[in-house]
Design a protein around this ligand. Sequence first.
Ligand SMILES: *Cc1c(COP(=O)(O)O)cnc(C)c1O
Ligand code: SF4
Length: 360
Amino acid sequence: MHVPEHNWHDWRWQFANRLRTEADFAKLMELTESEKEALKSPSFAVAVTPYFASLIQKDNPNCPIRRQAIPLIEESTPDVHGLSDPLAEDAMSPVNNLVHRYPDRVLLIVTETCHMYCRHCTRRRRVGFKEKPISKTDLANALAYIRQNPQIRDVLVSGGDPFTLGDQSLEQIIKAIREIPHVEIIRIGTRAPITNPFRVTARLVRMLRKYHPLWVNVQFNHPLEITPEAANACAMLADAGIPLGNQTVLLRGINDSAAIQKELAHRLVQIRVRPYYLYQCDLAAGIGHFRTPVSLGIEVMEQMLGHTSGFAIPTFVVDAPGGGGKIPILPQYLLCQTPEKIVMRNYEGKIFTYPKPNPK
Ligand SMILES: *Cc1c(COP(=O)(O)O)cnc(C)c1O
Ligand code: SF4
């Protein structure tokens, strides 16, 4: 496929030309039987930008890019732990499109569209079916809710992918949130720098920087996603003074080793993205084949804490089923405590004692 350079670098072209069907993918690579069957009647939306598809190793069915992008039949095989809404987001939604789980911050779903539908998506129950943004009424109600709740100091703009909206629609939303006096920070969650990096344009960045303090969280899952294009998108955001965080999902067969996680973290800090969360894959139905043992996340933390720069280390969290929120899990460093002292071990396994200060 020959694509003129100006098209390839145009995020709208990438979006409009997403690969969606078996025939689309078959033009690029030989599909496995499982992929072919899954693509015939996918249980969750399929769409992959030509850019992201170009990163696929065509002769490797286990390619980490491919496995995030093209479905397997496992997506529709029964999953004993599978839940439709694993984080009870719907139950914690006081008005449409808003999830209020923690007292001081809310999650606002501004669109159900993404540049790519990640096969491991936790919000697959409501993403990708209708590719349309939040309605005017729902947005007005969500903003009214935030206005009426002065304890909300942090608004997380998510989706879907908010960076599928045009600059103007996105600005309308951000501006309206910024006008609420008690909202201290705005965060945007997006995978665009990874799945459609051309979305980060000089114009977008000029718009965003008017609404500081604004933070952006992205989702890199594998070092192969850190391409010159993705690095450039992150550099443009960082140069606009936007702190960047990364949320990785642990995925079986894709990034399930401490070595890959460590390499990813090192590559991320080089492009000024700080590892934020490392997620245990949750219980959304249809993603059971991606789940790793919880012990793997603990092992990753064990091999990072103390072994590398503190700011390169994410927090390993399990998002509690039923809406308990993100619960951090760490290896055990505190070995025992008595009224007089604590006994701990360091990253090398050496034992140390710290005398407790005398109680007053
Ligand atoms: C993850 C999440 C947040 C943000 O949590 P942080 O730990 O502050 O990043 C807020 N609301 C909901 C519903 C969430 O799932
Ligand atoms: S970008 Fe986010 S919301 Fe969209 S499919 Fe991927 S994980 Fe789901």
